[in-house]
Design a protein around this ligand. Structure first.
Ligand SMILES: C[S@@+](CC[C@H](N)C(=O)[O-])C[C@H]1O[C@@H](n2cnc3c(N)ncnc32)[C@H](O)[C@@H]1O
Length: 255
């Protein structure tokens, strides 16, 4: 389904400008999101089949997801974002430099940051990302003919970027749960909070300002077990358009 929001992304989102604005080096927000993923992964089985949903042009989440995943499928609405990711996977010289984020991930995992450890993680990321797919989380087959169920779906600041209101947020949560998450699989999301948009250069993109309660209700209504729901919030200390972050995870009920 195309919406006004997805049309805005198709027309206006510039991957390079986005990276240059929001990925200038790991900051407190990146660390918060990474720490949340590291902690959550410790409670999950090994060898996950993982989907990163709406990953944009970024690979910071893959850096954390790689050791726990047997395969990672990476999807985004925009081919230009997938191309930026492909360039890094292919180690092309003009690809974005994710090394500082890999170093930060190792720090959060309490692994000594050596050049060998960074190279080892980068190789693991390149080996584990086996598919780059165009997706639309608003479709009932979000990955088209490749739609399948995953042990873990990770959506970093993407579900709030594609939902225009609470009803759409709940719908997209239900759609992701129904179409992409295996019984007893997990959905991990991060969301920006306290604002209604973010900017990249002179372009503005709306964000749905969700509360902790909206997030909880979205999970429970989508069939996730309330007793597995975990949520953390932070106030963004750095100069940002938004004022905070929410990360959450829960496990879907058995079939
Ligand atoms: C704020 S960016 C987040 C990118 C990245 N996950 C990050 O944390 O920096 C929002 C992403 O959602 C993607 N997106 C927007 N609408 C989408 C849709 N309907 N289905 C899948 N992805 C979508 C955009 O292309 C964009 O990459």
């Amino acid at each position: 389904m195309e919406t006004a929001l997805s049309r805005t992304y198709a027309a206006e989102f510039d991957p390079q400008a986005y990276l240059q604005t929001y990925y200038t080096g790991p900051d407190a927000e990146d660390r918060f999101v990474t720490r949340f993923m590291v902690t959550a992964l410790q409670t999950m089985p090994a060898n996950l089949l993982t989907l990163e949903l709406g990953g944009g042009p970024t690979l910071f989440a893959v850096a954390t997801l790689a050791p726990s995943s047997r395969e990672i499928h990476f999807c985004d609405y925009l081919p230009a974002n997938l191309e930026a990711v492909r360039r890094w996977l292919a180690a092309e010289p003009d690809a974005f430099d994710w090394e500082p984020y890999i170093e930060m991930t190792l720090e959060e995992e309490l692994i000594p940051v050596t050049s060998a450890a960074v190279a080892h993680r980068a190789a693991d990321m390149r080996r584990k990302v086996t598919r780059l797919l165009r997706c639309n989380a608003l479709d009932t087959a979000p990955l088209g003919p490749h739609t399948q169920k995953y042990d873990l779906v990770v959506a970093q600041t993407s579900l709030d970027a594609m939902s225009a209101n609470i009803a759409e947020w709940k719908w997209v949560m239900g759609n992701v749960s129904r179409t992409l998450i295996a019984p007893e699989g997990r959905l991990l999301v991060s969301l920006v909070s306290g604002v209604e948009g973010y900017s990249v250069g002179d372009k503005n993109f709306p964000v749905l300002p969700l509360t902790v309660d909206d997030v909880y209700q979205g999970y429970v209504d989508a069939g996730f077990r309330a007793d597995t729901f975990q949520i953390e919030t932070m106030t963004a200390p750095d100069a940002r358009d938004y004022v905070g972050l929410i990360s959450a995870v829960a496990q879907k009920a058995a079939a």
